[in-house]
Ligand binder design. Structure first.
Ligand code: PEP
Length: 264
């Protein structure tokens, strides 16, 4: 069962710079156990975690050895494949660790590390080249919202991020208003839907109806178990990118199980 057409909802937990590789092992084991005990249907709502780079090998080993039904990915990737780029991590390495996804263009990368739209586009291309689905983050600041309205900046960022993409690429879009990230002040479901619909229209225009119909658009920004249902009722919102609340196993499991506790 899926909520929005044929798009399987995705609940993605961005751990940011939290949990070392030992903590990651314990966390992933408990999360998988919690969801399995609760009879979570992973085919109906996909659940993914995004640990720091240094945890990925441990998470991969655990998920693969115990055949855990969780997906995982990285929080960033280099735009380059190999070479003299000290400190960078190649998409080829992430592919070898069986990362299904990689977050690209998170607002913390854009603001704290000066990541440009061009770099985001290059990273998206690098991930796709290695069969890793990018989760392309877009979103406006409070100032952008006031000056340009809700959709202008996210739409422009998505257009730029897709500059090197053509055809039936497998990627996810995450609409994350910067003012809602970590602030406790989530967008309303109506605000999220308005921007998600505008982003889907960009997908139709650039990549055609089929890609637009199958691409998941997530909402991110202060998502919790108490507000996830409202977002998931919207026709263009296909899941959530969760930061702070993804570090609490019970809370993240509860967000993932939104269908059970809200009757969707
Ligand atoms: C995020 O980091 O992508 C995020 C949405 O954080 P939070 O859920 O804490 O607002």
């Amino acid at each position: 069962m899926t909520t929005n057409g044929n798009r399987t909802p995705l609940i993605a937990g961005n751990w940011k710079m939290n949990l070392d590789h030992l903590q990651a092992i314990a966390f992933v084991q408990k999360l998988a156990w919690n969801l399995t005990e609760a009879k979570h249907d992973f085919g109906s709502v996909e659940v993914a975690v995004f640990p720091p780079f240094t945890d990925l090998r441990s998470v991969q080993t655990l998920v693969s050895a115990d055949k855990l039904p969780l997906a995982f990915g990285a929080q960033d990737v280099s735009e380059h494949v190999s070479g003299a780029y000290t400190g960078e991590i190649s998409a080829a390495f992430l592919a070898q660790l069986e990362c299904r996804y990689v977050i690209i263009g998170h607002s913390e990368r854009r603001t704290l590390h000066g990541e440009t739209d061009e770099q985001v586009a290059a990273k998206v291309a690098a991930a796709l080249e290695h069969n890793i689905a990018p989760i392309i983050c877009v979103g406006e600041t409070a100032e952008d919202l006031e000056k340009h309205g809700p959709s202008a900046v996210p739409v422009a960022q998505l257009r730029a991020a897709l500059a090197n993409v053509s055809g039936a690429a497998d990627f996810v879009v995450a609409y994350e208003p910067v003012w809602a990230i970590g602030s406790g002040q989530a967008a309303t479901p109506e605000q999220a839907e308005q921007v998600a619909a505008a982003l889907r229209a960009v997908l139709v225009e650039l990549l055609g109806d089929d890609v637009a119909a199958k691409t998941r658009i997530l909402y991110g920004g202060s998502v919790k178990s108490g507000n996830i249902a409202g977002f998931m009722r919207e026709p263009n919102v296909d899941g959530a990118l969760v930061g702070g609340a993804s570090l609490d196993i019970n809370e993240f499991a509860s967000i993932s199980r939104y269908k059970q506790h809200v009757g969707l």
